[in-house]
Design a protein around this ligand. Structure first.
Ligand code: ADP
Ligand code: MG
Length: 587
């Protein structure tokens, strides 16, 4: 993404407030005009006075008053407009910074699990904060300074040619010199700054990765190593940043020097022109003031290009993520799924995460409403992936998934997902209270319903033991709870949602045998009247299923009831022997 593209997109990001942006920009143009008028008027007054001195006729107040009056008015206007612009620019950029973060946040949440699988949350967060921060800074400085600076440079500088072409030409040459200098440094350092930003992201990623795994770091005595790794990234970042800084420092010095030289040159050229009768004293005064002002503006402009350049890679990363399209999308006119009986049909479904290796291939399943399906197979055989296709965690590359005969891609995502309850393999919890975590699927649930879900999920005991009961905070990802406690909350959360289709992805794997047996009874009851998909390695669950699907490397290789499959003597029989034999004695 080029800097101009980035800058254009930053301005476009003003979105609904673009109109205020335009007003501010126009105010800036007026401000630039007023600022330009000041030295011109000043020059006129000086000319009048010096003419009066030469002719010996003192100037009358009547002839001076309009000029002085206009000068005062322009001065007051400049101050007033300046304050108003600064105030509104400030508020605008703060408002838009927060709105931009919210847009980004919402967008990222719609991105496919595939994206989240590949992009570290630390990086996503950094890009959000950095990107919105840089943008706010750009808006603010654009409306406060740079818009006026560019207007002055681009439009008003040529106008000075009209006043005195020799002196005007001098200023123009200065502008060209400045631009060339800046462009040169920009060209020189562009790729360098990209590398710096890559280190910046790496830094954020490493830090947040480590912070998410503190127990591992402490128990594996890796504190030193992790800290050293972070410092090493910092060192690399610094090593990459310093040459860029040196180049820009050089540009600043050269800019300053050429500015001073230009003011001096204008003074000399002006004096020479004046001695030859080609410029009045007033014109020299005007140009001295113009030159000082424009030099200041040019320095601002160079500073602006410099910062835009430094922020460029951050912003490019921000827009890259904003441009990532959610793989799973609602059609704009997608209707509601309506009431669901729970018939599920997968037809020749294939899906690959990376587009190369199929995670599941040619899966066809027909499930009647209320049927209980167990999915078994070694880990990595495609069970979770298959069930993810049901609630459109991702869409299959080929084949179709239908619920009650309706292709799920033809209905709105919200209505589809409302009808499916999922207990994930990893019971993901928010760092909020137990109650808030339970209400995730049904914010309007009554206290009695919540208690019922808790009871059925065998979670009442441990919640009672918590100091704040339902209001206990569970920590980041539920870290302050044990694995089994997290799983029971996750089950209660799905039960509270009360969906016609229920997915249990190794929902009871972290429970002890006693709790699991109790929970199993509850789950058996819960599964009644719902279409249920259970991924489990335990005999009891699998045995009670209406049908068992055996997965192997992304394919369904066998299916039938427990007895049928055992009799068949295939893969399942072998699995059952290895996994369940010890349990068969127990049950
Ligand atoms: P199971 O649930 O049967 O253990 P999965 O459905 O989770 O298996 O995985 C099937 C295959 O897809 C595995 O080879 C796994 O490595 C791969 N896989 C799972 N999730 C992802 C992901 N987010 N990105 C890339 N590959 C994945
Ligand atoms: Mg799985």
């Amino acid at each position: 993404m080029s800097l101009t593209t980035i800058y254009w997109r930053v301005l476009k990001q003003l979105g609904p407030e673009a109109r205020l942006g335009v007003v501010l920009a126009l105010a800036n143009v007026a401000l630039a005009g007023a600022q330009f008028a000041e030295p011109v008027l000043f020059g006129r007054i000086v000319d009048m006075l010096s003419k009066a001195q030469a002719t010996g006729v003192p100037p009358t107040w009547e002839s001076l008053l309009p000029l002085i009056g206009a000068w005062v008015l322009f001065g007051l206007f400049t101050i007033g407009a300046g304050v108003l612009i600064a105030l509104h620019a400030d508020r605008l950029s703060h408002r838009r910074r927060l709105a931009t973060m919210a847009d980004y946040f919402e967008h990222v949440l719609t991105l496919p699990m595939l994206f989240h699988g590949q992009t570290h949350s630390g990086r996503i967060l950094k890009v959000m904060i950095d990107g919105a921060g840089s943008m706010a800074w750009l808006w603010l400085s654009f409306f406060r300074e740079h818009c006026a600076a560019f207007v002055l440079l681009v439009v008003l500088l040529p106008a000075s040619l009209i006043i005195n072409w020799q002196l005007g030409l001098m200023l123009l040459l200065l502008l060209i010199l400045f631009s060339l200098l800046t462009a040169g440094v920009l060209h020189k350092t562009e790729t360098m700054q990209g590398a710096v930003e890559a280190y910046n992201s790496q830094l954020a990623e490493h830090a947040s990765d480590a912070l998410g795994n503190v127990p591992v770091i402490q128990s594996f005595t890796r504190i030193d190593k992790e800290a050293r790794a972070l410092r090493s990234i910092s060192d690399q970042l610094l090593a990459a940043q310093i040459p860029v800084l040196s180049w820009w420092a050089l540009a600043a010095v050269a800019t300053r020097a050429s500015a001073t030289l230009t003011v001096l040159a204008i003074f000399l050229l002006g004096t020479w022109l004046n001695l030859n009768g080609k410029a009045s004293v007033g014109e020299i005064v005007t140009f001295m003031a113009l030159a000082t002002m424009l030099v200041g503006r040019m320095e601002q402009a160079v500073g602006f290009v410099n910062s835009l350049f430094m922020q460029g890679p951050k912003l490019a990363e921000f827009f890259d993520i904003m441009d990532t399209v959610p793989a799973v999308r609602d059609r704009s006119d997608a209707p509601d799924l309506g009431d669901v009986k729970g018939e599920v049909t997968l037809k020749d479904v294939s899906f690959s995460y990376d587009g190369k290796r199929a995670a599941v291939q040619d899966i066809s399943i027909h499930v009647k409403p209320g049927e209980r399906i167990a999915l078994v197979g070694s880990t990595g055989s495609g069970k979770s992936t298959t069930l993810g296709l049901l609630f459109r965690a991702f869409d299959p590359q080929s084949g179709s998934v239908k619920i009650d005969g309706i292709d799920i891609r033809d209905v709105s995502l919200v209505s589809l997902r409302r009808h499916i309850g999922v207990v994930f393999q990893e019971p993901m919890l928010f760092a909020r209270s137990i109650e808030e975590n339970l209400r995730v699927g049904r914010p309007d649930a009554t206290d009695a319903e919540i208690q019922d879900a808790i009871d059925r999920a065998q979670a009442a005991d441990f919640i009672q033991r918590e100091p704040d009961g339902l209001h206990t905070l569970v920590g980041e990802r539920g870290r302050s709870l044990s694995g089994g406690e997290r799983q029971r909350l996750s089950i209660a959360r799905a039960l509270l949602k009360n969906p016609p289709i229920l997915i249990l992805d190794e929902a009871t794997s972290a429970l002890d045998a006693g709790t699991e047996r109790k929970l199993q009874v509850a789950l058996d009851e819960v599964m009644k009247g719902r279409t249920t998909f259970v991924i489990a390695h335990r005999l009891a669950t699998v045995r009670n299923a209406d049908r068992i699907l055996v997965f192997e490397r992304g394919h369904i290789v066998e299916q039938g009831t427990f007895e049928q499959l055992v009799k068949q003597g295939g893969l399942f029989a072998a699995l059952a022997k290895a996994q369940f034999m010890d349990k068969i004695a127990e049950s």
